[in-house]
Design a protein around this ligand. Structure first.
Ligand code: ADP
Ligand code: MG
Length: 726
């Protein structure tokens, strides 16, 4: 057998960090140079066009075609100044990652020549073939038209030689075929629903923004080692591999010194991101070996989500430059932490008031409590849907293992806020809610400490944790589009706020003071959530699953069943009421998710079976043959097998394990054959779910063989090599 694994390991280990080209200017000087942001618009657009554009972005006013033409002209001039030759609509179909189709900015000049051309129509709309993207049957191939349409609220940017125009992607009949469209609808819904409430506190508020601060976790693996692992290359994760003796148990990787090759890669990512106006701020080693995280300063949700997609692309490209492959898979390695993408989410007014942070005074605190309590109520009511928003084949093995939140969506408030809510229930409704350190008039004072962010205790096991000025949703996977969860959170909160405003308004109309009306209406909600969705205990304990089920929380662990929540009457009604998804869109989305689930598991299972047959069994047989030759030689020399128990034991062990691998692999192949002919996509997904459950079963004898077979014969880079070379 030709096996050069050990040479390769040595070669990978000896790689040195690449030098990084650090710009001479300060970060603030090159920050945003590749985005067509407001200062550049002011320079490249006529004043009236700039004003019309701002009116569109800030106040939602439509942009007419003549103005779009003028905007395109300004963009073109700016792009040409940067030697850009191509344009593309840049969008987020229901696949992983983004999509683009480049066109050179040229047209005929009418005299047989060519000129640089880019006008309003090319800016506003393009037409890719929608049938080639996942669409859940919305697009029959015979009328495959779909449109991408410019999203003016996210600035265009330059990548290499191409001007990228952030866009939505919809079908000919108007249904969303992407992640951005429903996200934008949910942002409008939450703004509209929050507005009348905010205006009770400040009549000047015109808009409520939703904010996102994502934390992107990922692994880096040396590209030469990666290239010899079909499982990593094809599925993004290892499907086999015995845990190395040392993994993350010493806790020495988290926040450790960043390895120099990795630091060079991260610096490159930061520089590229900063040029694109992406405020990357934090970089650090994560808990598992070779696991890292990068995070920006939070921003408006739609923009911040686009930026996350750009950063994922940057990471993928720049990792290769540094001889790595970046793994965004949620569970690339069994037995160590998986990678999530924490979504820090909050709301705030256009006048600058954060709505999920304690206020400056009693009134501010009242407003904070409204948003805080109603968010929790929304998370409780749409518990299953929130979980559906993170359900995927790749995220499933991560949930509930090694520091990842369990597959139950509960909320962690921390001691301070739990106490505040409990005390509010006991006190009269005219109690003043004060910030610690400031004097209030009421007798029964409920105090919220001023420096709140640092006060909240940490609970890593909670999927939805309050962090003092925001909630951190931790269940989303590292490869996912944040819009999946943000759409659900914003829509659910919008729906809840709308109901709540109705209740509050009646209380005010009945003559109650604002603070009394708020407390009277919040108390029943607090009572209904405090012992249901709110949970500060250990989310990993077996008791919690039982307890959560008793509380009426969704404890479903199987991905196809989790996805079905999108199609439940509760979800269909809420998402319809808020205008975020039509029923047709939801049915299509379920179909796409089930389909993707089946395909992913199918691919994993195929790769695994082929590796078992082509890599593992041959290596095991080679070692067994060697042992048998030893035994034969022994017999020849000594005439018997006395004292050969270790070798015979080994031969028997290996034979048994090979037989196990063979039968389990064959069973898996047959299960796939059966699953593939199931017509109903939901049923097929459930059949594939059972195959997914068998992947770790087939893995066991393979990993056991890795322990037994001579190291020099093992064909695949081992965990200790993949996880400790960087
Ligand atoms: P940790 O890992 O300790 O949770 P990080 O610093 O890695 O924290 O990431 C926290 C993220 O939360 C950052 O992106 C930060 O900008 C974001 N964030 C902070 N305040 C808010 C807020 N009010 N709304 C949304 N995101 C926020
Ligand atoms: Mg972090």
């Amino acid at each position: 057998m030709d096996n050069n694994r050990l040479e390769l390991v040595r070669y990978s280990f000896e790689k040195k960090a690449l030098p990084v080209e650090i710009p001479e200017e300060k970060t603030s000087e090159y920050y945003g140079e590749l985005v067509f942001d407001r200062p550049k618009m002011r320079k490249y657009l006529p004043a009236n066009v700039y004003a019309a554009f701002l009116d569109c972005v800030d106040n939602g006013k439509p942009l007419d075609r003549a103005t779009a033409d003028e905007v395109a002209k300004g963009m073109k001039n700016w792009a040409l100044d940067h030697h850009v030759t191509h344009i593309t609509h840049w969008f987020q179909p229901l696949t992983e990652g983004t999509a683009e189709k480049h066109d050179v900015m040229i047209g005929y000049d009418g005299n047989g020549g060519i000129i640089e051309e880019f006008d309003g129509s090319a800016l506003v709309q393009q037409e890719p073939d929608a049938s080639s993207f996942p669409n859940g049957g919305i697009r029959a191939t015979f009328e495959a038209r779909g449109y991408t349409a410019w999203d003016p609220t996210s600035p265009v940017f330059i990548q290499d030689d191409t001007l990228c125009i952030p866009s939505v992607f919809v079908s000919y009949t108007g249904e969303a075929l992407d992640y951005k469209t429903p996200l934008k609808k949910s942002l409008n819904a939450v703004s509209e629903a929050a507005l009348p409430i905010c205006r009770l506190f400040d009549p000047k508020v015109k808009k409520v923004n939703s904010f996102l601060g994502w934390e992107q976790e990922f692994f880096l693996v040396d590209e030469d080692l990666y290239a010899t692992r079909p499982d990593l290359m094809i599925t993004g994760r290892t499907l086999m591999g015995h845990m190395s003796s040392k993994s993350q148990q010493l806790g020495d990787h988290y926040f450790g010194a960043i390895p120099s090759r990795v630091a060079a890669f991260m610096r490159d990512v930061e520089i590229a991101a900063h040029k694109l106006g992406i405020p990357l701020k934090t970089r650090h080693n994560e808990v598992a070996p070779n696991q890292f995280e990068m995070a920006p300063i939070f921003g408006e949700a739609n923009l911040s989500n686009d930026q996350n997609q750009i950063v994922m692309n940057l990471m993928n490209n720049l990792a290769r430059k540094h001889g790595f492959v970046a793994l965004m898979h949620e569970k690339p390695f069994d037995g160590v932490n998986g990678s999530g993408k924490h979504c820090n989410w909050s709301l705030g007014t256009d006048t600058g008031t954060p709505l999920l942070a304690p206020g400056k005074d009693a009134r501010g605190n009242l407003q904070f409590l409204i948003f805080f309590v109603n968010t929790l109520a929304a998370v409780q009511e749409h518990n299953s849907l929130l979980k559906a928003s993170i359900a995927s084949a790749t995220n499933a093995p991560r949930l509930g293992a090694n520091e990842a939140p369990p597959a139950i969506v509960s909320a962690f408030l921390g001691k301070t806020m739990t106490d505040v809510l409990r005390r509010l229930l006991e006190l009269p409704s005219d109690t003043t809610v004060e910030i610690a350190g400031k004097k209030g008039r009421g007798v029964g004072l409920v105090e919220i400490p001023e420096i709140f962010v640092d006060n909240t205790d940490r609970n890593r096991t909670s999927p939805f944790a309050f962090i003092g000025n925001r909630f951190e949703f931790r269940a989303l996977g590292s490869s996912a589009n944040c819009a999946r969860s943000l759409t659900v959170i914003n829509a659910a909160v919008a729906d809840q706020l709308r109901t709540y405003y109705g209740q509050l308004k009646s209380a005010i109309d009945s003559g109650k003071e604002l603070n009394v009306a708020v407390m009277d209406t919040l108390k029943p909600i607090i009572r209904s959530i405090i012992d249901v969705v709110c949970f500060d205990g250990n989310g990993y304990s077996a008791d919690w699953v039982e307890e959560a089920a008793k509380r009426g929380l969704d404890v479903e662990k199987r991905v196809p069943e989790m996805i079905a929540a999108y199609n439940s009457p509760r979800a269909v009604e809420m998402l319809g009421r808020t205008g975020v998804f039509s029923q047709k869109e939801l049915e299509a989305r379920c179909e796409v998710m089930w389909e993707t689930y089946c395909k992913k598991v199918q691919i994993e299972s195929r790769v695994m079976v082929r590796m078992a047959v082509n890599h593992i069994v041959p290596a095991a047989i080679e070692y067994k043959t060697r042992l048998l030759k030893d035994l034969a030689l022994h017999k020849e020399v000594f005439g018997n097998l006395d004292g050969c128990e270790p070798e015979t034991w080994m031969v028997n062990q290996i034979s048994e394990l090979i037989e196990k691998v063979r039968t389990l692999a064959e069973k898996m192949r047959l299960a796939r054959k059966e699953a593939n002919v199931i017509g109903n996509i939901y049923d097929r997904a459930r059949a594939y779910n059972r195959i997914a459950d068998d992947i770790p079963v087939l893995r066991r004898p393979i990993d056991r063989l890795e322990e037994l077979v001579d190291n020099s014969l093992w064909p695949l880079p081992k965990y200790r090599e993949l996880l400790f070379i960087s």
